[in-house]
Write a protein that binds this ligand. Structure first.
Ligand code: ME8
Length: 528
């Protein structure tokens, strides 16, 4: 077990409505990286959850005639159901209504106030409830609309506590400049830098005109601003309160390695306000904030309010979870937007998953059952790989770096290139034409079958973080424990040793391999 820590988070999602593909996307990104790091032996903590306070939730609950807590109780379940259906391996699902979170927010508020970073004044200006954001006069769009979502804002005038952002402006600029990997991708980092360079205004962190939030300690007319509350989930989730009480020495070790995955819409909160809150608390900012792009439908951001959201549950029920995970991570380079297109989804499923991967596994299993009675030849009877495994070694060599860059689409591209090389190798060497009674041809046959089997084991390893269920199914066929078996870990440096050990004396495969990806009839359409 490595002694290194790895902490990854998703945004916590508002409970005003059920989840869509966009929410699944952020969570699958975080899950994939968490699975990879665990596989490599890191002490990994993966946090996700729901953001349950604020005016938006209060209004939605009012419109449904229920309390905000009732709304949160029912909608947070939808997120848990989705995450269960798409194999999300979170270590904690946090809700901002959890008791330890409420205490943590109040502790943090008091600490910032004690450090002289909070003051009471008055806010007069604009507020966008769907974005839960204060909008400055100069950034308002025509018709007093929100520059972020284009919806109408409302005018507010109320007493409020402010957090001193201006005080930390220089410290933040220095931090961003000295830590080139703090904000990813680079073009987003530049956007944040120019925003900060324009000058920051202090941030209003409390409201008095509604009730659904965490009370300001000592002044309970105020509820804490939902973003101040929400960002602190990243501290609650890994036990900040216990750490302050001297009970959780792991806290700083995890937080130092924090990687926040966020959509580009909420980068500013994570790359400007959040590090300043942490400066005020005396905590070093997270290792990285990575902003991914949006899933669009027909060119527009997918969202429930736009009425163009694709329901992940109906997709999973029809096609399974791994095809969705595969599609979302292979289709767009992280950081860019992508159009969710049902025809393209089916096309990719049929070609990459059914034809290339699925076929490779089922034909290899069938050949093993036919020619060797289901036995993968051991080193004593087969030893050459015709250079095939060199391609695989090259992928492994770059893997850590690619993960650090969140280069998921590139990793998948490399894996599927390897799958195709292997399919071509099988086609070209045509084991079915070899005569098993001829010793030389028999040797060739065993070599092909062993090479294909070992390669499939590596493929199963490589796809595990992306498609855990498929990886599990492949390992089942080969009677090998899954990559998430308790206590198992193997990084790129040790997987070949593990593989050698497993395949040394040969293996016996399952008699019948199920078809992993039945071909989709292209007349069928995805239900929205
Ligand atoms: O902003 N494409 O919650 P939220 C890709 N509670 N990703 C999308 C998307 C799309 N069309 N739509 C949403 C909040 N997302 C706050 C966060 S964090 C301390 C508080 C994803 O429910 C993306 O990650 O509006 C985006 O940032 C997040 O969902 C916003 O979810």
């Amino acid at each position: 077990m490595k002694n290194d820590y790895f902490y990854v988070t998703t945004p916590i999602y508002y409970v005003n409505d059920k989840p869509h593909i966009g929410h699944a996307y952020s969570t699958i990104i975080a899950d994939t990286i968490a699975r990879y790091k665990r596989l490599c032996g890191y002490k990994t903590f993966f946090l996700t959850g729901t953001d349950e306070h604020g005016l938006k939730i209060e209004k939605e609950a009012d419109s449904r005639g229920i309390t905000p807590k009732q709304l949160a109780d029912s909608v947070h379940i939808k997120f848990k159901e989705l995450f269960n259906a798409i194999d999300i391996s979170f270590d904690r699902f946090i809700r901002t209504t959890d008791e330890d979170h409420i205490r943590t927010v109040q502790i943090a508020f008091k600490k910032m106030a004690a450090n002289g970073d909070v003051y009471l004044s008055e806010y007069e200006g604009w507020y966008c409830t769907p974005c839960e954001t204060f909008i400055t006069e100069k950034s308002l769009m025509e018709g007093e609309k929100c520059p972020q979502c284009g919806r109408p804002t409302s005018k507010v005038k109320e007493k409020t506590y402010y957090l001193k952002l201006k005080k930390y402006e220089k410290q933040l600029l220095d931090y961003i400049e000295k830590n080139p990997d703090f904000i990813k991708p680079d073009f987003r980092r530049n956007e944040v830098l120019s925003f900060v360079k324009e000058g920051l205004e202090d941030l209003s962190i409390s409201r008095t005109s509604f009730k659904w939030g965490i009370p300001v300690p000592g002044d309970e007319k105020h509820v804490i601003y939902v973003w101040f509350d929400a960002l602190l989930n990243y501290l609650t989730g890994i036990g900040y309160e216990d750490y302050l009480n001297g009970k959780n020495p792991d806290f700083p070790l995890f937080f130092k390695t924090a990687n926040h995955i966020v959509g580009k819409d909420i980068l500013r909160f994570h790359a400007v306000y959040w590090p300043i809150m942490l400066f005020s608390l005396g905590i070093e900012p997270p290792k990285s904030v990575t902003a991914h792009g949006w899933w669009l439908t027909e060119g527009r951001k997918m969202s429930k309010s736009a009425g163009n959201a694709v329901d992940p549950i109906s997709l999973i029920e029809t096609y399974g979870s791994d095809p969705l995970r595969f599609y979302l991570l292979s289709e767009i380079t992280l950081g860019l937007d992508g159009d969710f297109n049902a025809d393209n989804f089916i096309l990719r499923y049929n070609s990459a998953l059914a034809n290339d991967l699925g076929n490779l596994v089922s034909r290899t299993a069938a050949m093993l059952n036919k020619y060797t009675g289901g036995n993968v030849p051991g080193t004593d009877s087969a030893s050459e790989d015709d250079g095939i495994l060199k391609t695989c070694a090259d992928i492994l060599k770059n893997l850590d770096k690619r993960y650090d860059e969140y280069g998921f689409a590139k990793i998948l591209e490399d894996i599927f290139k390897f799958i195709n090389i292997l399919n071509k190798y099988i086609n070209d060497s045509a084991p079915w034409k070899l005569n098993a009674d001829d010793p030389e041809q028999k040797r060739k046959l065993l070599n092909i079958l062993r090479t294909a089997s070992i390669s499939i084991y590596y493929i199963s390893y490589l796809i595990y973080p992306f498609m855990p269920e498929t990886s599990r199914k492949i390992n089942d066929i080969f009677n090998i424990q899954p990559f998430d078996a308790p206590g198992f870990s193997a990084g790129v440096d040790s997987i070949s040793e593990v593989c050698e050990g497993l395949f040394k004396d040969g293996l016996r495969i399952a008699e019948k391999a199920e078809i992993m990806f039945p071909k989709i009839n292209t007349d069928k359409n995805i239900k929205k």
